[in-house]
Design a protein around this ligand. Structure first.
Ligand SMILES: [Zn+2]
Length: 292
């Protein structure tokens, strides 16, 4: 068997797209058609069929609204993490606001499962040089694992800061303890750092290219951190009105073939939860990043 890779899911609605001002207000969200339950159930069925267990980062707003969905994900043996409460990028918050959202979202999950939540993924990969203080808050709140750093994707909320550059799992030391970071998978093509596997990138990049890029990472012993959204496999994907051409393209490119592609990836590679990967001690070639 080859290298084990993390299969991660960001459980949110189709309208949780970063950087759309009109969609920031939670009070308006009930006006939109909800598609998260149906799409997540389909994804769960595919994963069950392919015997893949993954880590589900669930938005607190979703967990409060659909506790039955949280229960189902948990029941099927997947790992739970939080995706924050209302999908506000971390760099738009301060430590207190971030903490309040974190606590509310964690409570919604723990109320259902009774198990401690210690994994986090920031909405829109929004932990970067402007919001590195978030690691202090995460450590204070008892989080051991994070998967929010997306190097080279400043356009979607990630970072270009060299301090955050790392391909594989690494440790972040805070005054309150260590947080293990599993960054989103990127690789270098023609001197540019590009994302390999997740969301719109997974849908847009041809499978043979994805395979080639993953082969290169695996040769270096680097596991991939794949991420999908329930709406990535929604053949009738909705797009909020008023979004620009680029965001519309990102939201809809390849949705018709996404499920098939995902199935092929599941056949081709070994996937497991993020916790299982970071628990394999040999993998933890730490790069230490200090938050202050
Ligand atoms: Zn998200």
């Amino acid at each position: 068997m080859g290298i084990a890779n993390a299969f991660t899911v960001d459980v949110e609605e189709w309208f949780h797209i970063a950087g759309i001002h009109g969609l920031k207000r939670v009070s308006q969200w009930d006006r939109y058609e909800s598609r998260v339950v149906g799409n997540t159930m389909r994804l769960l069925d595919i994963m069950e069929e392919k015997d893949v267990r993954g880590t589900f980062f669930i938005l607190g707003w979703i967990a409060e609204k659909y506790p039955g969905l949280v229960k189902e994900i948990h029941k099927r043996g997947h790992e739970l993490g939080t995706h924050g409460y209302d999908h506000r990028p971390v760099y738009e918050l301060d430590a207190d606001k971030f903490r309040a959202r974190l606590r509310r979202s964690v409570k919604a999950l723990e109320d259902v499962t009774g198990e401690k939540v210690d994994k986090h993924r920031a909405p829109s990969f929004s932990i970067n040089e402007r919001s590195a203080w978030a690691f202090d808050v995460l450590a204070q709140e008892g989080f051991l694992y994070d998967s929010s750093i997306f190097f080279g994707r400043k356009d979607v909320g990630g970072t270009n800061h060299p301090l955050f550059f790392e391909r594989s799992v690494f440790g972040i030391d805070t005054p309150y303890g260590r947080v293990i970071e599993f960054p989103l998978t990127t690789t270098t093509v023609l001197c540019k750092n590009i994302p390999v596997i997740g969301g719109g990138y997974m849908r847009a990049i041809p499978l043979f290219v994805i395979k080639r890029l993953i082969k290169r990472l695996h040769k270096d012993g680097v596991p991939m951190c794949l991420y999908v959204h329930p709406s990535d496999i929604d053949k009738d994907r909705l797009v909020p009105s008023g979004v620009g051409i680029r965001k519309k393209f990102n939201a809809t490119v390849g949705v018709k073939r996404a499920e098939k592609k995902l199935r092929k990836l599941m056949d081709q590679y070994e996937f497991c939860t993020m916790g299982e990967i970071v628990d394999q001690k040999g993998l933890l070639a730490y790069k230490r990043l200090r938050t202050r």
